[in-house]
Design a protein around this ligand. Structure first.
Ligand SMILES: NC(=O)c1ccc[n+]([C@@H]2O[C@H](COP(=O)([O-])OP(=O)(O)OC[C@H]3O[C@@H](n4cnc5c(N)ncnc54)[C@H](O)[C@@H]3O)[C@@H](O)[C@H]2O)c1
Length: 354
């Protein structure tokens, strides 16, 4: 099974795109604590997720893959997994006890587990608040911003290129929400010569000089800016997030491209999905690989590493955050053996600017 996956993946990826997972295979397969343990992995199932399962299989774990149940997935990859004998189950429906659950958005919050849960997203945190379980929160890490900021920013740019809008030089781009994802989009747009306006609540935060800071409460400035924008991007992550923030009817009539990079409908149905690129789905999801493996590899490794942390955690612990040591461990591997040093430098450069 492992070799079939490896052969399949070798058609698409080089080892340098998954340095953290590759190192983890070496590291974990020499330890016996995972051997024979049952794991349910609910990471969204796409082609690049297969790289993650190689770690579990190399350790001799009993792997079940969770798919769907509000988490996007590639049905062809689920079919491929089944065809080679990997057990799959719809998220939220497993009725057996697993040693570990590697969850996403808390969709398996009710599944029984022996050692605990490693959770991939922030929204999963809320699902586990009232559960009596040990939970490792992979989202609360510097590593995660490699995926969310760099990976999504890169995916946004590649999607714009695919649609024929890749030349951003001198173009005015207004980004609503400058959290991890919006920041990454802003960074890639600025690096490619765009005139970037970042709209958020800036009372306690600042952004790099390369972006213009716009208060989300300055309705007049926002409406003036969007009137002649090249592209308006929503990245608040909130359903209906933009309905009170700008004049949507004016936006619809303008020439601006409208793109959503978040997973919610930030326009709450007030704009026809046909007026929004990719029918209001996250723009990078028009790509075969929405987030390149090279950016998601350390996040996947950290999510897996949660199993070791849970195994060694003291009884009574509830939420466990990744510490600096584990962040540095995987970041150093990516720096040394990966191919994203230029992008990591960019992230540091932008994060340091006042
Ligand atoms: N497309 C992808 O591949 C991908 C990857 C990861 C996450 N996401 C999605 O992207 C979205 C954003 O995620 P995030 O991690 O950056 O969230 P976040 O919470 O870190 O950032 C959201 C930002 O939006 C701001 N905001 C809220 N309401 C606003 C408004 N009306 N106007 C302007 N700013 C406002 C907040 O202050 C915050 O800074 C979520 O839907 C997330 O699920 C998409």
């Amino acid at each position: 099974m492992e070799n079939i996956i490896k052969d399949f993946l070798s058609r698409f990826y080089s080892v340098s795109e998954r340095p953290a997972l590759e190192a983890q295979i070496e590291l974990f397969s020499t330890e016996s604590f995972l051997k024979g343990k049952k794991v349910l992995d609910a990471t969204p199932v796409f082609r690049n997720t297969l790289n993650k399962y190689l770690v579990m299989l190399a350790c001799g774990m009993d792997l079940t893959v969770g798919y769907g149940g509000k988490i996007p997935y590639d049905a062809e990859i689920v079919a491929f997994l089944r065809s080679i004998g990997v057990r799959t189950v719809e998220n939220g429906t497993a009725d057996e006890t697993f040693d570990f659950v590697l969850d996403c958005a808390g969709v398996n919050a009710d599944v029984e587990t022996e050692y605990g849960v490693s959770e991939l997203t922030r929204s999963g945190f809320y699902q586990y608040q009232d559960k009596n379980k040990k939970v490792f929160l992979a989202d609360s890490s510097r590593i995660k911003s490699i995926e969310t900021a760099l990976g999504t920013g890169d995916g946004f740019l590649r999607a714009m290129q695919k649609l024929g809008y890749g030349d951003l030089r001198g173009r005015k781009i207004i980004i609503f929400g400058c959290g991890k994802v919006g920041f990454g989009v802003a960074m890639y747009c600025a690096e490619n010569g765009a005139d970037v306006y970042a709209v958020d609540d800036w009372q306690n935060r600042s952004v790099p000089h390369k972006f213009h800071m716009v208060s989300r409460f300055d309705r007049r400035q926002i409406d003036d800016l969007t009137a002649d924008a090249f592209c308006v991007v929503s990245a608040t992550g909130i359903y209906g997030g933009l309905t009170q923030t700008l004049d949507l009817q004016k936006l619809v009539k303008s020439d601006a491209l409208i793109a959503n990079i978040g997973v919610e409908d930030e326009f709450a149905g007030l704009i026809s999905k046909k007026r929004i690129l990719n029918d209001n789905q996250p723009l990078n999801f028009i790509l075969e690989e929405p987030t390149h493996l090279k950016f998601i590899d350390p996040t996947m490794a950290l999510h897996n590493a949660g199993m070791k942390i849970l195994f060694n955690a003291a009884d009574g612990e509830k939420f466990i955050l990744p510490d600096e040591k584990i962040n540095d461990f995987y970041l150093n591997i990516v720096r040394k053996h990966g191919i994203i040093n230029k992008e990591l430098d960019m992230l540091e450069k932008y994060s340091c600017q006042e």
